[in-house]
Design a protein around this ligand. Structure first.
Ligand SMILES: C[S@@+](CC[C@H](N)C(=O)[O-])C[C@H]1O[C@@H](n2cnc3c(N)ncnc32)[C@H](O)[C@@H]1O
Ligand code: SF4
Length: 364
């Protein structure tokens, strides 16, 4: 008689303990597995946002149909939370085939969406599996929103987000609103807080620092256009408005602006995904300087190319999961080299100053 595999929660806990040991003993080959997985079967998007590389007409990549199931069966047994994106729109995944796989492997979803394709039916299908739902809406001002998120329609996305927030409230699932900080939205940050509460019914905002990903970066760069002081003062006014209106605010922007403020007591669903998120944050805080993504995150592009973080810099390529298999990627030479560099504080150039690496210091 063959022994059945250990239940998922046991494997998750054993893996996390193994990760603690690997970090404490500065091991290069790890028994732990990545609990955060970023993988989408395709890299398509329905929008062409001005600040996103999609606006530069990236070639669309997708996993060959006959490889999809095999790839998911390699990756999902280890994962706790799946972000089904490849610098793309997650709702362009085929949820009807993905969800049974998530059920089979007990994996939760982290959905960060532009909202344009969200319908009550799509939300209902995903709802039992969602750990975190985020809408990316960069402005409450129609002209700015539509300038940034072409060809989305402001009223349509607002309505879809509003309906989703209301439905999520019924099942105690908090919804976050992402805004990318750009020169145009800096003068309107307080109004954004009011829009999030009054028009969307949400109480959680994350402000993202603009990455230099397109030719429009200089024109959009809030700090380049307004200067550190003006942006800092605008963020402080935004914080004060969040306090007044009872909105949680996370500012993922370089020091000294990066901070986290809790002004709303969110009811949370406690499950493996929520616990893993909490343990991950605690671990990151106790190993400052070692990138939290390198600890437990694996990004696999639709063609199988794998990276240790969400930004997928080519210099940090780990290998190809379709060609080499998961283990060769997770404990291969490039990954061992990166772990060694992290332990020695000898960071690859691309990691220096990265918000993911720095955030545990800001939020400590
Ligand atoms: C690449 S998108 C993919 C998910 C989905 N398509 C969306 O827009 O929400 C993930 C997040 O990155 C943000 N983003 C896009 N371009 C960015 C940039 N240049 N700098 C920082 N964040 C950016 C988006 O607003 C979104 O919240
Ligand atoms: S930010 Fe999201 S919605 Fe906009 S183009 Fe990029 S992937 Fe698409």
């Amino acid at each position: 008689m063959t022994t059945p595999p250990a239940p998922k929660y046991r494997r998750e806990l054993s893996s996390f303990v193994a990760l603690n040991t690997a970090l404490a003993q500065q091991k290069l080959v790890w028994d732990s597995k990545p609990y955060f997985l970023e993988y989408s079967t395709n890299s398509s998007c329905n929008l062409r946002c001005k600040m996103c590389p999609q606006s530069e007409e990236l070639p669309m990549v997708s996993t060959p149909r006959d490889k999809r199931e095999e790839l998911l069966d390699q990756l999902l047994p280890h994962a706790t939370i799946l972000t089904p994106s490849a610098l793309s729109e997650p709702l362009l995944n085929n949820m009807k085939t993905l969800i049974p796989k998530l059920q089979e492997h007990q994996v939760s979803l982290n959905i960060i969406t532009n909202g344009a394709l969200m319908t009550p039916e799509v939300l209902e299908m995903m709802l039992p599996h969602i750990h975190q739902l985020t809408f990316s809406i960069d402005s409450q001002i129609k002209e700015i929103f539509e300038m940034m998120r072409s060809p989305a329609n402001f009223e349509e996305v607002t309505e879809k987000a509003r309906l989703s927030v209301a439905r999520c409230k019924e099942v105690a699932l908090p919804v976050t609103i992402h805004m990318v900080l750009v020169a145009d939205n800096v003068p309107h940050l307080e109004g954004f807080v009011d829009y999030v509460v009054d028009d969307l019914g949400a109480h959680d905002i994350t402000v993202l620092e603009l990455l230099d990903s397109t030719n429009d970066f200089d024109q959009l760069d809030a700090f380049g256009v307004h200067g550190e002081e003006v942006v800092g003062a605008a963020l402080e006014k935004m914080r004060a408005r969040c306090e007044e209106r009872g909105v949680n605010l996370r500012i993922e922007v370089h020091a000294p602006h990066g901070q986290e403020f809790t002004y709303y007591d969110q009811p949370a669903r406690i499950n493996s995904a929520a616990i893993m998120d909490i343990m991950h944050v605690e671990l990151a805080k106790s190993h400052l300087g070692f990138c939290p993504h390198v600890m437990g995150y694996l990004k696999v592009e639709p063609d199988g190319e794998a990276f240790p973080c969400c930004r997928g810099p080519r210099e940090l390529r780990l290998g190809n999961v379709i060609e080499d298999g998961f283990e060769a990627v997770w404990n291969g030479e490039p990954m061992q080299r990166l772990r060694k560099q992290m332990f020695e504080g000898n960071l690859p150039k691309v990691c220096q100053g990265c918000a993911v690496l720095e955030a545990p210091k800001w939020f400590k």
